[in-house]
Design a binder for this molecule. Sequence first.
Ligand code: AMP
Ligand code: GLY
Length: 428
Amino acid sequence: MKILVVGGGGREHAIASALARNRKTALYSVMAKKNPGISKLAEEVLLCRETDIPRIVSFAQENCIEYAFIGPESPLEAGIVDSLETAGISCVGPSKAASRIETDKGFCRKLMEEHQIDGCPNYRLCQNSAEAVAFIRDHDGDLVIKPVGLTGGKGVKIMGEQVDRAGAIAYAEQIKGGIILEERLIGEEFTLQAFVDGTHLIPMPLVQDHKRAFDGDTGPNTGGMGSYSMPDHLLPFVTKAEFTRAFGIMRATVEALARTGHPYKGILYGQFMNTAQGPKVIEFNARFGDPEAMNVLSLLTSDLAEIMVRITSGTLDLAHVTFEKRATVCKYLVPEGYPDAPHAGDVIHIRDTNGAIVYFANVEEHDGSLVTLTSRTLAFIGIGDTLDAAEHIAEQAAASVTGFVRYRRDIGTDALLNQRIAHMRELR
Ligand code: AMP
Ligand code: GLY
């Protein structure tokens, strides 16, 4: 089975590794930078922009590719699935139209509202910055300001927390295009990812990501500094009933997309805020999360290649998807200065992986040495019977790395987890 994996980050290394566990697969890769982990698994690599659809389609045709697994959002927005499917290649990933659930936040909120889907925060969709500024001027209290389009997880500003009214106005004034103004949700965030084949959804273990750059959730927002998951596949501040409600919101969203003529297949990622009133949708993504893919795919005991085939043929079933009941902790190493002023070109050494899985991300290999680039470098995944055991494995591996990189020591620790549990208890 010839499979093209699109994307070159830690997420795509985890996808490629999971696909490669099936001996009948032959992997091909398209990525912007040569990820050393994916390169080792691939028969052929095309180095090009992940949005260069004509080049990717030709590469797929030349290599007689049968299936494609799309990692990042930018090729989805550029319509890669529509083009590959026209060329007869089945894709794990939604069409351009269905990807709007991620790429157009106005579309997402309107869909939820029109179909009366649970968990939609109060929002106001503004056509331009003038309209948003007028609203902000008259608004009392907190407010969340976001461009409607893709921002790489770094486009949100919260008036009342990060910026005051003047800062909110200044931010809104510089946004081109539509703006969403939203109620500020208070609670604990969690990620629920699901395999989707158009009609059926199969949930994956819950994960909590850490967006802020520094320990104690301080510093600027990043693509995600690391994440963890628990042996029972829930989180200690999310009840089974809240999980079921969040999953119901995802199912209703997939049904609404099908009803509007844009059936959704691929991976659906729900980012939720668990509030005193239950789970609310922060956003949907049309793909695996990075880092969250690394947590769940490291636990997957079924065959991702078979799941891929079932996603594309509409035959997904709970019986085909199983995950180990263990804890995972993912710690991302990033270049010093990331995300605002990342330093690149530094040689790093991993002295001891300590039983952790290594997923490479934005890093290159030169003469056998690993050299940093400007984005997240590589991730260590610890797996254990308890969160503590998983955290120790990831922590020791990360601590063994020498070079101009850093990571968050607090991810997956009991201290941080207890804070989250206490916060949720206080809100309830
Ligand atoms: P996003 O780019 O939508 O993933 O948002 C980035 C981060 O902004 C999220 O992880 C949240 O921490 C925060 N955020 C986004 N929307 C809201 C909201 N309505 N209320 C509170 N926090 C939010
Ligand atoms: N970890 C957040 C994302 O992948 O968007």
